[in-house]
Design a binder for this molecule. Structure first.
Ligand SMILES: [Zn+2]
Length: 201
């Protein structure tokens, strides 16, 4: 079935700068500030993927909890407590929001889901309201060229978030591919439920 899904290449925008560290720093500052300014919007999330030249893939996702859980208040009964715990467990899985091709030989090395709903007791003075989910995952890939198409094989990766979270409607994707000394490719793409399931860096 996945073979029939539409495949779309995200056109990269090449950035060149003589100082690799400066580029990496600027990119991370730009993307970090853009991340922080995004408004809380139900059914919407932002995801950033950063692939280093050594094959480390870092995933950062942030979105309104409603898109992942269906509610944003603290659990009020056993069913809601179980739903929160199931979500917390899901964030620990390698395919929580993306499914990487086996050919890339990626291994999940760290994963952490954060939300105020995951805290057993609210801090004093905390007001109930909207809640977000943040997910940070790190993978180490033996053959990262499979992800970028640099080896001539554009396998791409599957966005599994829409499959797992049925209330999620849009995903704002940005990516950075650090391509060795002095360079990085960046790109962005807005993914919609039911329209795009596989992407290339
Ligand atoms: Zn909300």
């Amino acid at each position: 079935m996945t073979l029939l899904l539409p495949i779309l290449s995200v056109a990269p925008r090449r950035v060149r700068h003589p100082q690799t560290l400066a580029v990496a720093l600027v990119l991370s500052l730009v993307t970090a500030s853009a991340f922080a300014q995004k408004a809380h919007q139900h059914g919407h999330a932002q995801m950033q993927l950063t692939l280093s030249a050594s094959g480390q893939l870092r995933l950062q996702l942030q979105g309104a909890m409603d898109g992942f859980l269906g509610f944003e208040h603290r659990p009020r009964n056993d069913a809601q407590r179980a739903a929160v715990e199931a979500l917390r467990q899901q964030t620990l899985l390698a395919d929580a929001v993306i499914a990487l091709p086996a050919e890339a030989a990626c291994r999940l090395t760290a994963s952490e889901g954060r939300s105020m709903l995951f805290d057993p007791a609210p801090a004093k003075g905390t007001r109930e309201g909207h809640a977000d989910l943040e997910l940070v995952q790190t993978f180490q890939c033996q053959t990262p060229s499979v992800l970028t198409g640099a080896a001539g094989r554009k396998t791409g990766l599957e966005v599994s978030a829409f499959k797992h979270f049925t209330r999620l409607r849009t995903l704002e994707l940005s990516f950075v591919v650090e391509s060795g000394p002095g360079g990085a490719d960046t790109g962005s793409r807005r993914l919609q439920r039911g329209k795009l399931q596989r992407i290339h860096f």
